[in-house]
Write a protein that binds this ligand. Structure first.
Ligand SMILES: [Zn+2]
Length: 482
């Protein structure tokens, strides 16, 4: 017999308590506990779920799990399903893995449904990447957010209509599992996991218990039948998916779809990926006809750069397997605050503070009494130190009113002694710079010593930040306002 129990569950991390608490001891969230009635099932009775005959069936690996020498394990690459969208496949590590459970999270209104409608359509219609054609496959799009008419309107706007694209408006997980079982689609999309509910539970949809239970049912279905299932999840104001950590343990892949809803660009990143790396980045542009993958992101990111001004430097950063050129902007202005302002977007502020200290102490820039703003243009976040030199040069450029040579790219980690240190995969970064029309690269002399000749850019190796400033900065602008 199942036993009913009342618990208070933290909606942020899934921590359970018998009493209500103001602050979660696990994740420090305030006012996050909600009373939920949970069904405690006896061990062994687990998995009556859904009543679809899936329950209780253990998934036994083909080998029976008996120990075998690693030399005899066959390394068969798993056949992946192309989403038909190159940028989406890239982030997944080469396509959708059969039987995988994937979570696509993001702010409401960012375009998650649009993206997954496009994926669903392309798989259903058999349109591969680069518009190659394959056999149409049934895809089931289950929505608890919208009516069939609303889905129809969006599909029509996106030009995403084909008979094998099946839609269902449903929120009860038992019925959904039934539909999935009878349709056996090539791909299923659940929009969104927070609207789904298991009628065996008394908690409201969207609570941790419901989200966890529904995701677990879908995971079991995906694994048993080999159908990939995509869950759409909304991110809360705090930047968390409702019940994020509990979901992250259940799913194989977590993708975040981010960007500013008022701007056209959207970034897709993997936060967890059991089937590939987590450092690939997909870049999309929002059009009236849907999201389009951006083929040449460097050109897009640099498109609005104003050449010839001060406080702008270009770095080449690695996002997964591809090099991306990004503009680092700096503004230095006299401060009227006791402790001047340091505002940074797109980078680690501590890293920027360190670079400012190096500029002050090793280069002799008197910026301690200045407000300094550093921004990475285009909503990109740089996590590697290779852009340090670009930050140092952008700040010095604006402070000294000397423009950065617009055809120069800056690459290097800045050390505390003011030295410029080598960065990895330099050739890939320089090839991308040459492709975008840059003719000169300023980088560590250690990198420069080991480079082949024909990279298409003139390489200048430097030892210190000071040397880099001499090489990269043009003569001062004559200021008209002073
Ligand atoms: Zn918590």
């Amino acid at each position: 017999m199942a036993k009913l129990q009342t618990h208070y569950i933290c909606q942020s991390c899934g921590y359970e308590s018998l009493k209500w608490m103001g602050k979660c001891p696990e994740c420090d969230a305030w006012d996050s506990f909600v009373e939920e009635v949970t069904l405690k099932e006896k061990p062994g009775a687990a998995g009556k779920a859904g009543g679809l005959g899936l329950g209780g069936r253990a998934i036994v690996p083909a080998s029976g799990g008996a120990p075998v020498p690693i030399t005899e394990v066959e390394a068969t690459a798993q056949e992946r399903l192309s989403s038909g969208i190159g940028e989406f496949d890239r982030v997944l590590g080469g396509g959708i893995v059969p039987g995988g459970l994937m979570l696509v999270g993001g702010d409401p209104g960012i375009g998650k449904s649009t993206l997954l409608t496009q994926v669903a359509y392309r798989v259903a219609a058999g349109i591969g990447e680069d518009d190659t054609t394959a056999a149409p496959k049934p895809v089931l799009y289950i929505s608890g957010e919208e009516s069939a008419q609303q889905i129809k309107l969006r599909s029509a706007r996106l030009g995403a209509e084909t008979p094998s694209f099946l839609v269902s408006v449903e929120t009860e997980i038992g019925i959904i599992l039934h539909h999935l079982e009878s349709a056996r689609p090539a791909l299923a999309v659940i929009d969104s996991i927070q609207t789904m509910s298991d009628s065996n539970l008394e908690s409201a949809p969207g609570t941790v218990s419901q989200v966890r239970a529904c995701a677990a049912h879908l995971a079991r279905f995906a694994k048993a039948v080999g159908v990939p299932v995509v869950l759409i999840g909304h991110v809360t104001k705090e930047g968390n998916l409702a019940g994020p950590r509990v979901l992250e343990h259940i799913v194989d892949t977590v993708l975040y779809f981010e960007g500013d809803r008022y701007h056209a660009y959207r970034l897709l990143r993997a936060a967890k990926n059991r089937f590939g790396s987590t450092d690939e980045l997909g870049i999309f542009e929002m059009h009236e006809t849907g999201l389009l993958g951006v083929d040449n992101p460097s050109a897009v990111l640099l498109a609005e750069r104003s050449e010839g001004g001060t406080g702008s430097a270009v770095a080449s950063t690695l996002e997964g397997s591809r090099a991306l050129l990004v503009e680092v902007q700096a503004l230095v202005a006299r401060s009227n605050l006791a402790s001047p302002r340091r505002a940074v977007t797109g980078m680690d502020p501590n890293r920027v503070n360190m670079i400012l200290a190096v500029l002050e102490k090793r280069v002799g820039l008197k910026i301690a009494e200045q407000d300094v703003y550093v921004n990475v243009a285009g909503g990109i976040r740089i996590v590697e130190p290779a852009a340090d030199l670009a930050v140092a040069v952008a700040v010095a450029s604006n402070f000294r009113e000397q423009p950065v040579d617009p055809a120069t790219i800056l690459l290097g980690e800045v050390g505390l002694a003011g030295e410029v240190r080598a960065v990895s995969q330099i050739e890939k970064r320089l090839r991308e710079a040459a492709r975008q029309g840059f003719t000169k690269a300023v980088l560590s002399k250690h990198n420069a010593a080991r480079l082949p000749k024909n990279l298409g850019v003139k390489v200048v190796g430097v030892a210190t930040v000071n040397d880099a400033l001499h090489t990269a900065l043009l003569p001062p602008l004559r200021s008209e306002t002073q």
